[in-house]
Design a protein around this ligand. Structure first.
Ligand code: ATP
Length: 267
């Protein structure tokens, strides 16, 4: 079927060490996903089942996608990424079939992570659409989730900026029943993120990453990445032959980024 061909498998290359901060999230995901993969017999023996699905929620640009990719990379799992709205736009009239295809592909590729970004587009449709398409797609998703056998090495990671919109049916026990908040970086995490994104940059002696972390309150990870890039561009703009990115370049770049996270998005 046409839908099947368009669902692509990917082996991401994101290491946990490339994500600054988020220590708790990393630890919880290891427990929830890596342990059952590596020691399924221990779970059987203890009479507990590992989660089938995990919801990551939090403001944009704070590493939800990165986290899902790292989970796949570090667990040696295949990765299938789907954006919620795509289910309606890319596969018009075939959204339910697309869901089926996604899951059958995931089972065939196990161990695998299915990453559903912007899941609210699928899972809030019960209140929204009048056509009933959304309802059917959500029902299909719930069916597929119910059909996954625990310990069969398919894990669903869903992400949203709007957890308030998610239909509670999706989050019943046995479905997507782990919910993790992926928040914006604090000062220490910002320092780590800035180090990650300047790792390949030649920095002048006068650049103090700790200080930059202090100056970037409210920046998301994505904004910190953009900030580093802008600083390097400032250096190039000043002099094509430049050998390093200096403090003055970071100073100029600071004004170019306006943090977008507002209080409403915080948990
Ligand atoms: P959205 O809700 O907009 O999809 P997201 O939470 O999924 O956002 P990501 O796509 O993971 O965010 O992050 C975007 C980019 O920002 C990453 O590719 C990375 O360059 C940078 N970034 C975000 N968070 C971090 C972090 N904690 N450490 C290092 N880089 C980060």
């Amino acid at each position: 079927p046409s839908a099947l061909r368009e669902i692509t498998l990917d082996i991401p290359r994101v290491l946990w060490s490339e994500i600054g901060g988020q220590g708790m999230i990393k630890q919880q995901l290891k427990e929830a996903v890596e342990w059952p993969l590596q020691h399924p017999e221990a779970f059987v023996r203890m009479g507990i089942r590992p989660p089938k699905g995990i919801l990551l929620y939090g403001p944009p640009g704070c590493s939800k996608t990165l986290t899902a990719k790292a989970l796949a990379t570090e667990g040696g799992m295949n990765f299938i990424a789907i954006k919620g709205p795509e289910l309606f736009s890319k596969w018009v009239g075939e959204s339910e079939k697309a869901i089926q295809s996604i899951f059958s592909k995931a089972r065939a590729a196990a161990p695998s992570v299915v990453f559903f970004d912007e899941i609210d587009a699928v899972a809030s449709s019960r209140q929204g659409s009048s056509s009933g398409v959304g309802d059917r797609v959500l029902s299909q998703l719930l069916n597929e989730l119910d059909g996954i056998e625990p310990l069969k090495k398919v894990i669903i990671v869903a992400a949203t900026n709007r957890p308030d919109l998610i239909d509670s049916a999706l989050m019943r026990p046995g479905r997507i029943d782990r919910i993790l908040y992926v928040g914006p970086p604090d000062c220490t995490a910002r320092e780590e993120i800035l180090r990650i994104h300047t790792r390949k940059m030649p920095l002048a002696e006068d650049v103090n990453i700790k200080e930059l972390a202090n100056l970037t309150d409210r920046f998301s990870g994505a904004e910190l990445a953009a900030y580093c890039r802008e600083a390097a561009l400032c250096a190039i703009q000043e002099d094509y032959n430049t050998k390093s990115v200096a403090r003055r370049h970071f100073n100029s770049a600071l004004g170019m980024i306006t943090p977008q996270i507002d209080d409403q998005m915080l948990d």
